[in-house]
Design a protein around this ligand. Structure first.
Ligand code: MCN
Length: 749
């Protein structure tokens, strides 16, 4: 029986649960000095002067470094689509552009000494008016980067004016996709030291090789002069994809003090330093006929990129890709402007640009349904692409591989008992109950392995009969250790516990990419499969020698792990014997490239109760159909979706990173920032659906981000739906009790 498709428990968990994880905690670096950054307390100011002397002479201090002494080049654009005129100094020089921007690095013997010395650094600020709102930034009244002469960092357009004039019904709405903090459990920790002329960095990252490449460039070193080690990482959600300035400079600080240095930001530093997500101001315009057919759609996006344009400025690129979602829509237009503001730079956050596209169109479809007076499920069914439309080229120029959007919706509605829920909603309204029921739908499609690329995978038979996989992927919660072993065990015919998986060390793994965009199973998983196939092929030749048979006649029985001549299983050679006789190592190596991206899809239904007196919202059910093609490990896939559903619900109901009008963060800790907990969530209901993709031999698409893409608009739509009979058509995320109560009050008074 195949192990693939089984609910195999994560092999990485026992060690993590016992506290035996190998995180960057400094235990293995007893002589490491501690780094603390003096960060900007103001959103926008010129740096008049910086006095370091008092700090330098404080007890335990080893070095105090500002931009003037650092000697490392500014960071250029992370992508050629971004301007070169908005560079980021690693430590602020001349000007600070957001609260939390590092200005001075203090290196000391202990945390307390570093902390105390940091307080002795005197920075003289010449305050400038801050630009906090993206809409203000676009006016360019105050320009953040003089050389650029504008705050707009990136602009995109697609399509002409849609024919709204021909539509019987047109709805227009401003929609906020709020700024959120990724807040993984483990902050952005790192430690650096030099071994002769080699720079070594241990860091919580989403891919050690991309971090190595950045360091090699900054320090003008060859790739083999830099070693980056990842090991266990406590989550990232996209925010650990690139090394932040605070991590990049550690190498220079270590060089100066001649010792390893470590940086462990506390939660508040992480909340403003790590990078934020989403932060899109959208305008949706949707039109069609009274019978529910949608014919025209326009999305206009104002992307807040934060102080320095990075991945966040490029989120509209992904939003444009997924503009039309699951719908059969051709008369569409898109325009986006990414602007810089005096806020924490925005980066990738689970889904990165695709949840924003789904949230926009799914909200728009509900607005349209309300306007024409049809059930949102009916409008969706009328407009979804049919299953014979694939491969389908969208107006944005991407080609959806395969899909069954109507099938996903039907499965969902039936599993959730949609009709009964609607009846219950009607009953509560009719009887004037104070707890109203709301049903929210979202049909979504997303893109995974969008940036393609290749991944390294190898597998070797060790002389004790065990196997070692070396993978280019760097998991931080996705269970690759288990999944890659399953993929190999299946083809080797051995139990999984004979297979170890090594990742996250540039000295051990030749190449690797970022674990992001839900690309890993498709690319790194395929590399493992390819490498295993090659290993089996090489082993078959050895086995043929032992069996004194022609290679073509020898087969591997994957139920027993025995090589034998076809039709004669009683005489066999096993992996143990091959291992014992290994003089030339037996291995398979792969550098696997994807044929192209895949497009997972699904449908989510959220059921909420809204208290009309308080505006309080309780999420009662979240039912999810997520089709990621062939599922390798349904248990891990469930976990991935559950995490995404929780984040989607969190953004819809609670989470928003906020600033006051001076650009001061007012949600920079986990007391003020309303991260969701299990107490606010129901037990999720997952309905399996698998439509294998033709894009890889596994038939697998990504699932790491799906949950958040469908759940966010489903939950928001549910809150609005609960109040639809009061004439309420829209409530911005997060639908906090205050916002909901205000909406009820305006509608009823
Ligand atoms: N899987 C499967 N069958 C498929 C696809 C996936 O069984 N067809 C299972 C596999 O067990 C695989 C896992 O799902 O190990 C995730 O695979 P994949 O969808 O390829 O996604 P990635 O491994 O590339 O993970 C990236 C994705 C992203 S982009 C973010 S952000 C994210 C995430 O995954 N952040 C996470 N999941 C996270 N999980 C945790 N715990 N913490 C984070 O920060």
């Amino acid at each position: 029986m195949s192990i693939l498709g089984n609910r195999v428990q994560r092999r990485e968990d026992p060690a993590l649960l016992r506290g035996d994880g190998r995180f960057v905690n400094g235990d293995d670096l007893p002589d490491a000095a501690v780094v603390r950054y003096v960060t900007s307390p103001v959103a926008h100011a010129l740096l008049e002067s910086i006095e370091l002397e008092e700090a330098r002479s404080a007890p335990g201090v080893l070095a105090v470094v500002s931009a003037a002494e650092l000697g490392l080049a500014d960071q250029g654009p992370v992508n050629p689509m971004l301007p070169t005129t908005m560079p980021r100094p690693l430590l602020a020089r001349d000007r600070v552009r957001y609260v939390g921007e590092p200005i001075v690095a203090v290196v000391a013997e202990t945390e307390a000494e570093a902390e105390d010395a940091a307080e002795l650094v005197i920075v003289d600020y010449d305050f400038l008016d801050p630009v906090v709102e993206a809409a203000d930034a676009r006016r360019d009244d105050i320009v953040l980067h003089d050389e650029a002469g504008t705050n707009t960092a990136f602009h995109l357009e697609l399509g002409e004016d849609p024919e709204f004039a021909d539509c019987e019904v047109v709805v227009r709405q401003e929609v906020l996709n709020p700024r959120v903090a990724p807040a993984p459990i483990e902050p952005h920790v790192a430690a650096a030291w030099w071994e002769d002329d080699r720079l070594v960095l241990r860091a919580a990252s989403q891919g050690v090789h991309p971090v190595r490449d950045v360091l090699a460039e900054v320090y003008e070193l060859e790739h083999d002069q830099v070693r980056v080690i990842g090991a266990d990482v406590g989550g990232g959600f996209g925010a650990k994809a690139r090394p932040p300035a605070e991590v990049i400079v550690l190498g220079e600080l270590s060089r100066r003090v001649g010792r390893p240095v470590r940086w462990f930001p506390d939660r508040s530093a992480d909340m403003v330093g790590m990078g934020h997500g989403r932060a899109q101001h959208q305008r949706v315009e949707i039109g069609g006929s009274r019978d529910g057919r949608i014919t025209a759609y326009r999305l206009t996006v104002l992307q807040d990129s934060g102080a320095y344009p990075s991945m966040g400025a490029l989120l509209p690129f992904m939003t444009r890709m997924m503009l039309t979602g699951c719908y059969d829509l051709t008369d569409v237009a898109y325009r986006s402007d990414s602007v810089v503001t005096n806020t924490t730079p925005v980066g990738a956050y689970r889904g990165a640009g695709r949840p924003e596209a789904a949230a926009a169109i799914e909200r728009a479809v509900d607005l349209f349904a309300a306007e024409v007076g049809l059930d949102p499920a009916t409008v969706r069914r009328k407009n979804l692409l049919r299953s014979d439309a694939f491969p389908y080229q969208t107006p944005s120029g991407v080609t959806y591989d395969i899909g069954d959007y109507v099938g996903a919706l039907d499965l969902l509605l039936e599993a959730a008992n949609y009709e009964e829920l609607r009846a219950e909603q009607g009953r509560r309204r009719a009887e004037g109950e104070r707890l109203l029921l709301g049903l929210g739908l979202a049909s979504y499609v997303e893109i995974t392995a969008l940036s393609g690329g290749s991944e390294y995978g190898s597998i070797e038979l060790l002389d004790d009969g065990r196997f070692r996989i070396v993978t280019g992927s760097s998991p931080y919660g996705q269970g690759h250790y288990t999944t890659w072993a399953m993929l190999a065990a299946e083809r080797l015919g051995v139990p999984m516990d004979r297979i170890e998986v090594v990742h996250g060390d540039t000295d051990v793994v030749p190449t690797g990419g970022i674990t992001g965009g839900s690309r890993s199973v498709q690319i790194a998983g395929s590399a493992v499969v390819d490498a295993t196939t090659k290993l089996v092929e090489a082993a078959r030749e050895r086995a043929a020698d032992g069996l004194e048979a022609a290679v073509e006649d020898v087969v591997l029985d994957t139920t027993t792990g025995r090589f034998h001549v076809v039709g004669a299983p009683s005489v066999w050679v096993g992996w143990d014997r091959l291992a014992a006789n290994v003089d030339i190592p037996l291995a398979g190596v792969s550098d696997w490239s994807a044929d192209g991206p895949t497009f997972p899809f699904g449908a989510h239904l959220a059921v909420v109760e809204v208290d009309v007196d308080t505006g309080g919202v309780r999420l009662r059910r979240l039912v999810a159909v997520d089709d990621a093609g062939t599922i390798i490990n349904p248990l891990i896939a469930d976990g991935q979706v559950h995490g995404g559903l929780a984040q989607g619900a969190a953004q819809a109901l609670l989470e928003e990173f906020r600033y006051d009008e001076d650009g001061n963060p007012i949600t920079a800790n986990l007391a003020d920032y309303a991260a969701i907990s299990a107490a606010e969530l129901p037990s999720f209901e997952r309905i399996p659906m698998e439509t294998p993709t033709p894009m890889n031999t596994l038939g697998a698409k990504g699932i790491g981000e799906s949950g958040t893409i469908g759940a966010t608009p489903a939950v928001q739509n549910a809150v609005v739906d609960a109040l639809a009979h009061l004439g309420i058509r829209h409530i911005d995320m997060p639908c906090t009790p205050e916002r909901v109560w205000q909406a009820i009050r305006s509608a009823t008074s």
